[in-house]
Ligand binder design. Structure first.
Ligand code: BGC
Length: 718
């Protein structure tokens, strides 16, 4: 009995020690010999020389994560027990002094270590501010290095094709140009710190529940014009790596697709980095993967490794093909390992004061004011404030999947409001007893009701349903089948909103939540997203009017009764078309609840006097922006263009330029948005090329995609 107990304790301790104290390899270029070799060799030469010294075993080891099957144990123990991602390595070779890939996710912060919890990428998309995103990327790069990582898989650029997508929070929005600009900036900022950015999930990955098996049918023009441009933009920005998607596209798994990985990515776009698989079920067949150009299987060898060696012996894979994959991985890694570091990355960079303040600034800039009737906000003159709803009191940073961060603390929305209003003037009620909550609200000067999503409602599907099965179930996260709030939350808002006329709803979530069944019961609606570790303070400062709202929606927000593109979370096949988001609303001539690019402010912005001119290779859109309000503020000027001369049906309009504009009270500024004509091209299937049609183009400029409130004009391109 005693021996049995001792054995169990020893086993548990051994697993714990193995999981937590995995040997950490340095990713500091100074610890490897490549910095000095770079003085007289290019990364290509270094890679060739290393390759020529490798035996087959060493080559194959470059093509999958290190550590074999026990890595799954490490992952499991860390992710499910300690709720934190461990360092996972790939390609370390002591003999040849090769630094490993040291992996970290993710889109809202570094997941290995106690790092800064930033607002989710969708929130950052709502800032439309590339300079701010550059600062976030810089912080992410520094923190990755401080946590011992040099491979960052936080660039998720799949488009929000439907607001029900469970991982909406991980991307920047629905529009390929807007997402591409934000993501490319983040790529460059992260890579400045010798951290390889991994852009994911290539491609058409935007249904979560069936992500492992769904076959997305999509025509070539929609791929090139709608679903791929943001990936291309990241490649142009120098992204080191691409992660293939789990799903199939047009019949084949993306990780086995030569057309995607070779023809488009490498031949057409000139990508020279390496491709890695999505984890565990991203590649199934060594020959298909290697022959398609899928370089690294993550996080451990399953389809590759021994199976790849057998495929080589059978003659299904040539050594030349294997060498190409190894060369790409080495070349990229050595390019990063042979550049001097711009900074020193001490461990105390993780969640340092400067990054925490940045997280707050981003949260403040990202929240979107959707409604503000009868001057409900700012909450000036409010002495006692009721705060209703369990979500106000939750450290809710987003889903519990691969993007889960573990910051040292989280300032909840309630914490922030209590700090701003002084604790004794805040009355909190969890809202479970609706009538009691209503009487608490009625007794105060105003009420803030917090509603929205929990990690159980949306996020990554953590169930390994990698084959379609009968009645599949996703217990945690996954897609949202309804865009409405849970019925109890809607009822809470209606009842409390009726009891207290000065009522604000604060929504928490990664994308649209329909408002029509309670919207008329309240005066103000704020989309707070998953606002990161400093979300509470950011919200409080905005509601109090200390700062202005400046967030603008990175997607079109539907009413409950809009017809949207078909979205079936457990579909085995799905058809993706040419239109979604604002382009879908244009095409189907419906009105969304709030248009793409929309966001209110405490100030009053207005655009005037648009002028259009073609100068050289660019269309110049010039207009004046006025701030007619009494306070300083920021807005986002957007320009949309639609071809009226294409020989095939095209989008009525597409976002082609945007700029954040800050203005003092009663100030004006002239803004020039420059649109390279290349950006107006369409993909011609017959010619297999981008073409620019000569003829008329309609142009709009304004503060959202709503044409009625934009300035309109047209220009002829010869
Ligand atoms: C996700 C990826 C993620 C990977 C590693 C996968 O399940 O789809 O986005 O990077 O896990 O965390």
């Amino acid at each position: 009995m005693l021996w049995g107990l001792l054995l169990i304790v020893t086993l548990v301790l051994a697993i714990w020690a193995y999981s937590r104290c995995y040997t950490r390899h340095s990713v500091n270029p100074a610890d490897y010999p490549w910095l000095s070799r770079a003085l007289h060799e290019t990364p290509q030469q270094m890679a060739d020389s290393v390759l020529s010294q490798m035996n087959v075993r060493e080559k194959l080891a470059q093509l999958s994560g290190d550590g074999g099957d026990p890595v799954l144990l490490r992952l499991g123990v860390n992710v499910f027990v300690f709720k934190q991602f461990p360092n996972i390595y790939a390609g370390y070779n002591r003999r040849l002094k090769l630094p490993p890939l040291s992996f970290t996710d993710g889109p809202r912060g570094i997941v290995v270590g106690q790092a800064t919890g930033f607002p989710v990428a969708m929130a950052r998309g709502a800032t439309w501010d590339v300079d701010l995103e550059r600062r976030v990327g810089d912080a992410l790069g520094c923190e990755a290095r401080a946590a011992g990582a040099n491979y960052f898989a936080g660039i998720c650029v799949n488009l929000l094709r439907h607001p029900g997508w469970g991982r909406a929070q991980e991307t920047w929005g629905e529009d390929s140009f807007h997402v591409g600009e934000m993501a490319a900036t983040c790529v460059q900022a992260v890579q400045r710190h010798n951290v390889m950015a991994c852009v994911k999930h290539f491609a058409v990955n935007s249904i979560e529940n069936s992500r492992f098996y769904v076959d997305v049918q999509v025509d070539e023009r929609s791929l090139h014009e709608v679903f791929l441009p943001q990936f291309k933009r990241c490649v142009e920005a120098g992204a080191a790596s691409i992660m293939s998607a789990y799903n199939k596209a047009n019949g084949d798994y993306c990780g086995h697709q030569r057309w995607l990985l070779e023809d488009v990515l490498r031949q057409q776009w000139g990508f020279t980095g390496f491709v890695s698989s999505d984890w565990l079920w991203g590649v199934f067949d060594a020959a298909k993967g290697i022959n398609a150009g899928m370089d690294v299987e993550m996080p451990r060898a399953h389809a590759y490794g021994r199976a790849l060696r057998k495929a080589i012996q059978r003659g299904d894979v040539s050594m030349t093909r294997v060498d190409e994959c190894v060369r790409r991985v080495l070349q990229t890694r050595l390019a990063f390992a042979s550049r001097p570091d711009p900074e020193v990355y001490a461990r105390d960079v993780l969640a340092c004061d400067q990054h925490i303040l940045l997280a707050q600034e981003v949260a403040e800039r990202s929240m979107v004011l959707l409604e503000n009737r009868q001057h409900c906000l700012p909450l000036s003159g409010v002495k006692t404030l009721a705060v209703i709803g369990e979500l106000a009191d939750q450290p809710n940073l987003g889903d519990h999947g691969s993007s889960r961060t573990s910051p040292p603390f989280v300032m909840t929305l309630l914490d922030g409001l209590a700090e701003q209003w002084d604790e004794q003037h805040i009355i909190y009620h969890d809202g479970k007893d609706v009538l009691q909550a209503a009487s608490v609200a009625a007794a105060c000067d105003a009420v803030v009701i917090v509603a929205g999503c929990y990690p159980e409602d949306e996020g990554e599907n953590l169930v390994s349903n990698h084959k379609p099965g009968p009645a599949p179930k996703v217990h945690k996260g996954g897609d949202r089948e309804s865009l409405a709030l849970a019925p109890q939350q809607s009822e809470l808002i209606r009842t409390v909103g009726t009891a207290q006329p000065r009522s604000v709803v604060v929504l928490v979530g990664g994308s649209a939540i329909t408002t029509c069944d309670w919207r008329d019961s309240v005066n103000a609606i704020v989309m707070a997203w998953y606002p990161g570790m400093m979300g509470g303070r950011a919200l409080a400062r905005l509601l109090a009017g200390e700062i202005d709202f400046s967030g603008h929606l990175p997607f079109a927000w539907p009413k409950a009764d809009n017809r949207l593109p078909v979205f079936e979370p457990f579909a085995t096949t799905a058809r993706y078309g040419y239109h979604h988001g604002y382009s879908w609303f244009d095409e189907t001539q419906q009105q969304p609840a709030y248009p793409f690019g929309f966001g209110l402010s405490y100030s009053a912005f207005r655009c005037e006097g648009m002028q259009l001119a073609v100068q050289g290779d660019a269309l110049q859109v010039t207009l004046t922006v006025h701030n007619d309000g009494d306070r300083v503020g920021q807005t986002v000027v957007q320009s949309y263009v639609g071809s009226q001369c294409a020989p095939v049906p095209v989008h009525r309009k597409r976002l082609r330029a945007f700029q954040v504009v800050a203005l003092a009270a009663h100030a004006s500024v002239t803004v020039q948005l420059s649109i390279p004509l290349q950006r107006l091209q369409r993909w011609c299937e017959q010619r297999q090329a981008w073409v620019l049609d000569a003829g008329d183009y309609a142009v709009w400029a304004g503060l959202s995609s709503d044409e009625a409130s934009c300035l309109a004009g047209s220009v002829a391109l010869r």
